[in-house]
Write a protein that binds this ligand. Structure first.
Ligand code: NAD
Length: 283
């Protein structure tokens, strides 16, 4: 039985935050202002309120200025676009984040597309996804970028490996596959229409699971020595858990991210680093 290496995303994020804080302080001294992130929240979704609070706290830890814009749930699409346009024009705002989900009467895609690519720290506008997919990345979407940084930190070389990404959303699966491809992995994408998912994942050296189904996969889905990044996040009575039954994988996987404390903390860290990059900072 081999020991499974726990890929401690929380510790990696903390270490990176300390480095970022120093770089931001230097930037602020030289430029006479801190990098700025504007967070727009529409309505009162309780989960969104918590996410926004965490993002603002993380900004403060890194020395990034945050601007919190709370808009009523009755906001019209035109007024949302007006608010985004104003932020697009501000010189003290380097990144704009529209917290999702938006109330049902608002079109999320149109709202996100309103953010200028140069001010999109989530990397989710078609401008930034286009740059990523054509190999001219400005900023990569935070969650898959965070997974790559965890692999980098633990010196998990993905080049030439068989990597399977489960899930094909614009926010995680698709950019994840692209980043692995750029790092020279041989990439397979699996999704809800894949026949015999476990037969596909059992061939993989690296599996990134971004499905959104609590405890979907266990030991039978993985070959011995696999590296697993579990992106899934589910809140239950016993706290957070992921898409993988990680307790079955101890001694079987070579390495895996825990939930909580794996991919989640890295997502926020990447948001801060992307904001710093958009401000012109180097990290
Ligand atoms: P999504 O619902 O947009 O996409 C889910 C994907 O999984 C789809 O592409 C679908 O084809 C695939 N899928 C669904 N059922 C499947 C099945 N049975 N077998 C194989 N594939 C299947 O979700 P998303 O936004 O990509 O998020 C996925 C999960 O990651 C969610 O649990 C979400 O909460 C979590 N998430 C976590 C973070 C983080 O920071 N840790 C960030 C974003 C998303």
């Amino acid at each position: 039985m081999t020991n499974t290496l726990i890929l401690d995303g929380k510790a990696v994020a903390q270490a990176r935050r300390a480095i970022l804080r120093e770089k931001v302080a230097e930037f602020t001294k030289t430029k006479g202002r801190a990098p700025g992130l504007a967070v727009v929240i529409v309505g009162h979704d309780p989960a969104s309120q918590i996410y926004v609070k965490n993002k603002i706290k993380a900004c403060a830890e890194a020395g990034i200025e945050s601007f919190h814009l709370e808009k009523p749930a009755t906001l019209t699409q035109a007024d949302l676009h007006k608010a985004i346009d104003e932020l697009n024009a501000r010189t003290d705002v380097d990144g704009i984040l529209v917290q999702l989900p938006l109330p049902k009467h608002l079109n999320e895609t149109e709202a996100l597309e309103r953010i200028r690519g140069e001010k999109d720290p989530d990397g989710l506008t078609s401008a930034n996804l286009g740059l990523l997919f054509s190999g001219r990345t400005r900023v990569a979407p935070c969650t898959p970028f965070g997974v790559m940084k965890i692999f980098e930190h633990y010196k998990i070389d993905v080049a030439g490996k068989n990597a399977v990404v489960i899930g094909r959303s614009n926010i995680v699966g698709k950019p994840m596959a692209q980043l692995l491809l750029q790092a020279n992995a041989t990439v397979t994408m699996a999704h809800s229409k894949t026949h015999d998912l476990e037969a596909v994942t059992r061939e993989a050296d690296i599996v990134v699971v971004a499905v959104g189904q609590r405890h979907l996969l266990g030991k039978s889905a993985f070959k011995k020595g696999v590296v697993i990044a579990d992106v899934g996040m589910h809140r239950g009575e016993k706290g957070l858990c992921g898409d993988v039954r990680l307790d079955e994988l101890h001694g079987w996987a070579q390495a895996m991210t825990p939930v909580p404390g794996g991919v989640g903390p890295m997502t926020i860290q990447m948001l801060l680093e992307n904001t710093f990059r958009l401000a012109g900072g180097k990290i």
